[in-house]
Design a protein around this ligand. Structure first.
Ligand SMILES: NC(=O)c1ccc[n+]([C@@H]2O[C@H](COP(=O)([O-])OP(=O)(O)OC[C@H]3O[C@@H](n4cnc5c(N)ncnc54)[C@H](OP(=O)(O)O)[C@@H]3O)[C@@H](O)[C@H]2O)c1
Length: 247
């Protein structure tokens, strides 16, 4: 078996939420470059259109569908649009996410609900019976940091949800797994990492923050037949940061 064949996604139809910026853009581009047709979902239509065009220019197939993951009707329309364009969605990447910085005693309910709703509830609601479901957790689903209570709790929930869904869906041939990235500079953390990035990088055994392309291998493993016997796993991709925290 050649590696290129093992990881090939020809004929697969992927739907990536949060495909308008950061990791979601990269995920969509990598899936498309390896043969999948990709439905790009997020709220900002112009951004999605630009990603779609770029994928097309590189020889891939993509469709852009503007939808809010908190809006069930809009998400049902997004799945319908993806399936009308390419057929049944076989790879779902639950990547859309937001964060909010506040400590436990200060956080307002609206912010708590927004972070939990986007990062956790939507992962459950859109984890329909797809061939491979890839949830995007975080190392903050394992450790915690001050001021990130809602985000850390949501991501810990994603790790558990991944296991629970895998347990219930594996017998149907649906594989549910997750990727837990360490810090990668994107819109979600640009300001925070501008202030703290150098200090955090010093604590990472690999000596640097992550780059979007560092996640390519884990993504392709979980999306393709290469990960055919994986279910309920969360792959940590963090340059060893978690090991350092635990140690
Ligand atoms: N960057 C990191 O260091 C890091 C580390 C660990 C985990 N993660 C996780 O990786 C995922 C992607 O984050 P990122 O770093 O790429 O951040 P980002 O650049 O801010 O991207 C977040 C994406 O989520 C979308 N989104 C947010 N709320 C949405 C909603 N209600 N409906 C639809 N789409 C929504 C945004 O699109 P619109 O605004 O256009 O809707 C955007 O495309 C998140 O789950 C994040 O928690 C990131």
């Amino acid at each position: 078996m050649k590696a290129a064949e093992l990881f090939d996604l020809t004929g697969q139809v992927a739907l990536v939420t949060g495909a308008s910026s950061g990791l979601g853009v990269r995920f969509a581009e990598v899936l498309a470059a390896n043969g999948a047709s990709v439905a790009l979902v997020a709220r900002r239509a112009e951004r999605l259109a630009a990603v779609k065009d770029r994928i097309g220019q590189n020889g891939g197939r993509a469709v852009a569908v503007s939808a809010d993951v908190l809006d069930r009707a809009a998400m049902r329309r997004a799945f319908d649009a993806a399936e009308a364009a390419f057929g049944t969605v076989t790879v779902l990447v639950n990547n859309a996410g937001v964060t909010h910085a506040d400590r436990a005693i200060e956080i307002e309910e609206t912010q708590w609900r927004r972070v939990l709703g986007t990062n956790l509830d939507a992962v459950l609601f859109w984890a329909q019976e797809r061939g491979s479901i890839i949830n995007v957790a975080s190392i903050l689903g394992f450790g915690v940091d001050k001021g990130l209570i809602a985000y850390s709790v949501a991501k810990a929930g994603v790790v558990q949800l991944t296991k629970a869904l895998a347990l219930e869906l594996a017998f149907k041939g649906v594989r549910v797994n997750a990727i837990a990235p360490g810090y990668v500079v994107t819109e979600i953390n640009r300001e925070f990492l501008a202030a703290k990035g150098a200090e955090i990088a010093r604590q990472i055994p690999a000596g640097r923050l992550g780059e979007e392309r560092d996640l390519d291998g884990a993504l392709l493993l979980l999306a393709s037949g290469a990960g055919r016997f994986m279910a309920g796993a969360t792959i940590v991709v963090d340059g060893g940061q978690m090991v350092g925290l635990r140690g």
